[in-house]
Ligand binder design. Structure first.
Ligand code: HEC
Length: 87
């Protein structure tokens, strides 16, 4: 019986660890998003720090700037995600 309990505990622990790993943000993705942001949003001014503004502000700034910057909807989505995840 004790073995079953141990096995069960091990399974629960393994599940907890793998769900943590699953939810952890991939640093590669973050870096690619940052590179895109730096490449597309710094031709007219320096890159603003993500934490300068809350999500709602970023969404409206990017809405305004997407057409001045001439970026695609996909790029706009990636940059919005980067800024609102790191603010
Ligand atoms: C074609 C030039 C140009 C590009 C490219 C550009 N911006 Fe801007 N941006 C401006 C100008 C000009 C201002 C300052 C005038 C203003 O506040 O409207 C500004 C200001 C800002 C501000 C400060 C707004 C405020 O009111 O304090 C933010 C945030 C911003 N830009 C974000 C971005 C992001 C994100 C991108 C990339 C998608 C981007 N910008 C690309 C021209 C540009």
């Amino acid at each position: 019986m004790q073995r079953v309990a141990l096995l069960f505990a091990a399974l629960v622990a393994a599940g907890a660890v793998s769900s943590c790993l699953f939810w952890r943000e991939d640093p590669d993705v973050r870096m690619k998003q940052e590179i895109l942001y730096q490449a597309l949003c710094t031709s007219c001014h320096p890159a603003f720090e993500p934490r300068l503004f809350p999500d709602s502000k970023w969404q409206s700034f990017i809405g305004d700037h997407a057409h001045v910057a001439g970026i695609t909807p996909d790029e706009e989505k990636t940059i919005t995600e980067y800024l609102t995840r790191n603010n």
